[in-house]
Each structure stands twice: as C-alpha cells, then as structure tokens.
Design a binder for this molecule. Structure first.
Ligand SMILES: NC(=O)c1ccc[n+]([C@@H]2O[C@H](COP(=O)([O-])OP(=O)(O)OC[C@H]3O[C@@H](n4cnc5c(N)ncnc54)[C@H](O)[C@@H]3O)[C@@H](O)[C@H]2O)c1
Length: 330
C-alpha cells in the first residue's frame, strides 16, 4: 500500500515507522519547511521523536500534493489545525481511506475529525473514514513495546483493511463500527489526564488517582453516549484503556501539563516551554461546551476548565469537587 501521513510529529513519525515496518510505501508530510528539511537530511526527527532512525525509503516532504494519490491518508496533526490542513489538500483520490489518529475536538465547531473531513474534503465519502485510537504512547510503540488499539469505521471493509494493514506482532488492532465513540473517547480522556496530572502535582496519592479514573470514565460514558457513542467503546481500548495509560504514564503530555499546574505553575508558563501539543487543554473547553449544550453533568471537566481558564487553584477546585451534594453512584 501507499501510505501518506499528514503530520510528522511524535505520533505521525512513529506511525510512519510502523507503516514502513509493515512493508508499505510511506510519504511523511510536515508543514514546517525547515523542520522537514532537517528530518529529511539527518534521517532523525530530533524535535518530535528523537533517537529513532527514519529509513531513506520514507519520503519526507512539504509537498501536500504527494499525499493526494495514496491508498491510506493518515491524519496526524493537532485537532485545531486539521481543518486548515484538509482545506489546503482540497481533494483526495476516490477510494482512498482516510485514517484519523487525532485525539481532540475542534474548539470553534465542537466537531471531531470525521465531521471536519466531511466539511472540508470534496467529494467525501464517510464510508472511507476510519479512526485509530487506544493506549498508544508514541515512543513505546516506536521502540516495539506491545499494545492494542481500536480502528473504527462505519464501513466494516475499511476497518478490516486498516486493521490488516497496520497490525504487527507488537501492535494488535481490534475493529469497531463506532466512529463517534472512538473519536470522543480519545479526545475526552485527555481532559481527565490533565486532572490526573493535577492529582500527581498535589501528591494526592493512589486512592485519589483510582477514584479519579473511575469517575472520569463515568464522565466519558455520560457525555460520550449522549453524543452518539456506544457504552462498550468507552470501557474499551480507546476509552478505559487509554485513560489508564494517559493518567499514569510519565510520557503523557496532558498528564505532565496537569502535574506542573498541580505543583503551582500557570497554564501560560507550562505551555510557553512546550514543543509538542497537549490536546487536552483545547479539548477541555470544547468538552465543557458540549456538556453544557447537551445538559450533561461533567464535574471533573468543569473543574479542569476552572483551573486552566478561570484562575481557580487546583486545591480549591478539588475541595469543591469533593464537597458537592452527596449522590448515588451511577
Ligand atoms: N504522541 C502520542 O503518543 C499520540 C498517540 C496517539 C494519538 N496522538 C494524537 O495524534 C495527534 C498528533 O499528535 P503528536 O503527538 O504527533 O503531536 P506533535 O505535537 O508531536 O506534532 C504535531 C505535528 O503537527 C505539526 N503542526 C503543528 N502546527 C501545524 C499547523 N498549523 N499545520 C500543520 N501542521 C502543524 C507539527 O509540525 C508536527 O509535525 C494529536 O491529536 C494527538 O492527540 C498522539
């Protein structure tokens, strides 16, 4: 297969290595010309995935037209930039599978990538769209450590094609038909990861973490089902699986952002020094807006937004969360 990857960041570059090892022809697109030239010349992505050699046969380019004529086009740019990238692409060869790796919600539209693809690409056939999500921290996958993830498409044939094309002995893919569920699970768990990081930063202990992951999952299910996802998706790899990883891994960027805020830094201070995207920060607002629009209770997401955007201290947000009116476990 010919695989074109839009985005040569941490995950896009890792996915390029995965696709190359699976025997596919790979084109890796990066929007920043200087960065693309550095990667192409040194055969290493020092900025986003240091320490991994990029084989000569992976074409690194800034020419987006080289991505149009592929069998699988992979979306691996931050959620807030996807619309602009797809708009620049304009059209895609009919039959090309569009595979989103993105875990985020666009702030202004409150849409996930399947809807953005529909709006920006013409013609667009939803039957060629698939999303891959799960506990897939990029450096672990790049170094060959084992994991599993979910590939969802409303078209079972497309889901199975992606599953077969990218599964590897250390990368086991399961298929699903729940595109909406997998997209929202991947995005919403990043918000809970920020809260988990705040727990770590405030040294609240393992009981607090266990309680947070459990109540965070309840929030994912409550909002995710309202938005059209299936409950079993949120308790699966793209939901609970990813939630456990991202709330505990030292390499989870969203958790690390939360941890630094929990230790007393402001969001601006943390973001100022970051090279890679922490999707949860932008998705938190979108998740809160979606919950308000659909009248769904998401107290952890609300607390995260209060800390990130309303200058509430993590301790105050925690105290308010713990002292809400008592209720039955749902
Ligand atoms: N890193 C992971 O472990 C991981 C795992 C699974 C999913 N994801 C998801 O994959 C997506 C990409 O994440 P990442 O970790 O590769 O991000 P990253 O920050 O490492 O890289 C982002 C890439 O997008 C490019 N970019 C930045 N601004 C852009 C713009 N305006 N237009 C076009 N390109 C732009 C950067 O140059 C870079 O190539 C996110 O939605 C993330 O949640 C990441």
């Amino acid at each position: 297969m010919r695989v074109g990857i839009l985005g040569a960041g941490n995950w896009g570059t890792t996915f390029a290595l995965l696709a190359h090892r699976a025997g596919h022809d790979v084109v890796l697109w990066e929007y920043d010309a200087e960065q693309a030239a550095r990667v192409a010349a040194s055969r290493e992505n020092v900025k986003f995935l240091p320490g991994y050699r990029i084989p000569e046969s992976i074409l690194v380019t800034t020419d987006v037209t080289l991505i149009r004529d592929v069998d699988v086009m992979v979306l691996a740019v931050p959620a807030q930039t996807c619309r602009q990238v797809l708009h620049g692409l304009g059209s895609v060869r009919p039959g090309t599978i569009l595979l989103s790796l993105v875990k985020g919600i666009e702030q202004k539209s409150l849409d996930c990538m399947s809807r953005i693809c529909k709006q920006e690409l013409s013609p667009f056939d939803p039957e060629v769209f698939a999303v891959l999500s799960g506990p897939t921290i990029a450096p672990e996958v790049a170094s060959g450590l084992p994991t599993s993830a979910t590939v969802a498409s409303t078209n079972a044939v497309a889901a199975k094609e992606v599953q077969a094309a990218f599964s590897a002995p250390h990368f086991r893919l399961y298929s699903s038909d729940d595109v909406v569920g997998v997209e929202f699970a991947g995005a919403l768990k990043n918000v809970i990861a920020l809260a988990a990081g705040m727990c770590d930063g405030m040294k609240l202990g393992f009981n607090a973490k266990g309680a947070l992951v459990t109540r965070g999952l309840t929030e994912l299910i409550r909002l995710g089902e309202t938005l059209g996802g299936k409950r079993q998706t949120f308790t699966g790899l793209s939901g609970l699986g990813d939630l456990v990883t991202t709330c505990s891994s030292p390499q989870s960027r969203n958790r690390v952002v939360g941890e630094r805020i929990g230790r007393g830094e402001t969001l601006d201070q943390v973001l100022a020094g970051m090279v890679m995207v922490a999707e949860g920060v932008w998705t938190a607002r979108a998740a809160r807006d979606l919950a308000q629009k659909h009248q769904v209770s998401v107290p952890i997401t609300d607390a995260v937004c209060d800390v990130l955007f309303e200058q509430k201290s993590p301790r105050e947000a925690l105290s308010e969360l713990m002292q809400r009116a008592l209720k039955a476990e749902d």
